[in-house]
Design a protein around this ligand. Structure first.
Ligand code: ZN
Ligand code: ZN
Length: 211
């Protein structure tokens, strides 16, 4: 597979909109959503509940109408719960469901989907091309974070990985990655923090990662 052609050109900002934990002034619950800003805004997952999702977007000063696309990692309520409410405020946003593709595909110039991975639960993750390397963003990582990492590495070096890691325990797979930011359903967060203290980022709703 060929390397992504835009490697090295982009800056990006990820804002965690919703997570199991939240900074002051934001709502939390079992679910995940984040906003990816490159040359345009992409919402990745929509939390468990539309009202709480929209509340957090407003608190973070993000206009739902300014978002161009919504990517749903997989069809679980804690990632799809806010989609309908969101689309009521922005029915122009293009929605990318995990069923849409089985191969890596372009969402925008510097954002690609890994394509749906996994046998029982089809799940896609995002790969964002940045000036430092690729950033991988996962929902629940049901197909196994190691498999998502393998697929992503076919497209270039991984600089950062963010999102729900679920039961991922092959921690050595994270070697060489500079920023490791697990949240949501990650079961071995403490172990990851102990193994990679300098690279670990504590994130929750309201956290921002700028690259
Ligand atoms: Zn899930
Ligand atoms: Zn989940």
């Amino acid at each position: 597979m060929k390397k992504l052609k835009f490697q090295g050109r982009f800056r990006m900002k990820i804002t965690v909109i919703y997570d199991n934990e939240a900074n002051a002034g934001l709502k939390s619950g079992w679910g995940f959503s984040c906003l990816i800003e490159t040359e345009e805004k992409i919402l990745f997952d929509t939390a468990d509940d539309g009202e709480k999702l929209i509340y957090n977007l407003r608190q973070l000063n993000i206009q739902p109408e300014s978002i161009r696309a919504v990517v749903i990692s997989h069809n679980h309520w804690d990632h799809t719960g806010g989609l309908n409410e969101f689309l009521k405020l922005n029915n122009n946003a293009k929605v990318f469901n995990p069923k849409s593709f089985s191969k890596p595909t372009e969402i925008s110039t510097c954002v690609h989907s890994t394509g749906a991975l996994g046998t029982f639960i089809k799940e896609q993750s995002l790969i964002v091309n940045t000036k430092e390397g690729n950033v991988v963003i996962t929902g629940c990582a049901h197909p196994g974070l190691e498999n998502i990492i393998d697929r992503s590495r076919e497209l270039g070096e991984i600089y950062c990985v963010v999102g729900g890691f679920h039961g991922f325990s092959k921690l050595e797979e994270l070697d060489g990655i500079e920023i490791i930011a697990p949240c949501h359903c990650t079961q071995y967060k403490q172990e990851i923090k102990e193994k990679y203290p300098a690279k670990f980022r504590e994130i929750k709703a309201g956290s921002i990662i700028k690259i």
